[in-house]
Design a protein around this ligand. Structure first.
Ligand code: UTP
Length: 226
């Protein structure tokens, strides 16, 4: 059976308004897609993680401690999706790659958050993809692909339909390692995917039909990196 890793951005899971209908809808889509594909999902921290990191930094906590708080939030977000998936997924987010692999023995869908300080869930998704020999990583985010510049700040920015890992690393590498819409997928994750030759698809997480096409390896709208 085909295996895929979905990196689900915190910006998609946690919105200002009530997001439970979206989480219910994506859970239903994932259950349907899991009929033909084994799915690992790594959830991001989004604005809740940024809140704790900002407050903790203002209080003088070391960066690695802030990372630990970020990881806790990504796991909390994992639990939101797990709540919607019910018996279709694991019940507790695995804390490392080995436990994620073990959880997959009993569940067609495995949901987890972060793993260790100093990285992001993009890197976790990529390392996990290498570990489980995934056919592809799908990054579901709040923009519909990789752009030549931040499309929010730069209206003339254009979407790049297809690019190399090196092209992605060159585009995002220079930016500071900080959450933001211009860093659609971080360089650490892209480097892992490059060495494993695992394709990365970047799609708008709000368009569930298109997200499903990407998960199933069908033609989709977004950016294909490989
Ligand atoms: P995210 O993966 O959501 O990072 O983890 P991000 O890119 O900053 O935020 P998004 O993509 O906009 O949602 C949130 C934070 O948790 C810590 C990092 O500090 C990260 O910035 N984290 C997460 C880790 O230290 N290790 C992990 O394995 C995962």
């Amino acid at each position: 059976m085909d295996t895929v890793v979905l990196s689900l951005g915190g910006s998609i899971l946690v919105r200002d308004e009530d997001n439970s209908q979206y989480i219910q809808d994506i859970a239903e889509m994932l259950v349907e897609a899991s009929g033909t594909t084994r799915i690992f999902i790594v959830t991001g921290g989004g604005r809740i993680a940024r809140y704790y990191i900002r407050e903790g930094r203002a209080l003088g906590a070391p960066e690695s401690y802030l990372d630990e708080m970020g990881i806790e939030v990504t796991r909390l977000n994992a639990r939101l999706l797990i709540a919607a998936l019910g018996e279709h997924s694991n019940h507790t987010p695995p804390k490392d790659y080995k436990d994620a692999v073990l959880a997959a023995k009993h569940n067609r869908i495995v949901v987890m958050g972060g793993v260790s300080p100093g990285i992001t869930t993009d890197a976790v998704s990529s390392i996990l993809a290498e570990r489980v020999r995934a056919s592809r990583v799908v990054n579901a985010t709040s923009v519909d692909g990789v752009y030549t510049a931040d499309p929010v700040k730069e209206p003339s920015a254009e979407r790049i339909p297809r690019m190399t890992y090196e092209g992605l690393i060159a585009l995002v590498g220079a930016a500071p390692r900080k959450a933001g819409p211009n860093i659609v997928f971080d360089a650490a994750g892209a480097s892992v995917l490059a060495r494993a030759r695992i394709p990365l698809y970047v799609v708008d997480g709000g368009d569930l039909a298109n997200l499903r096409f990407a998960l199933e390896g069908k033609a989709f709208e977004g950016t294909s990196v490989g």
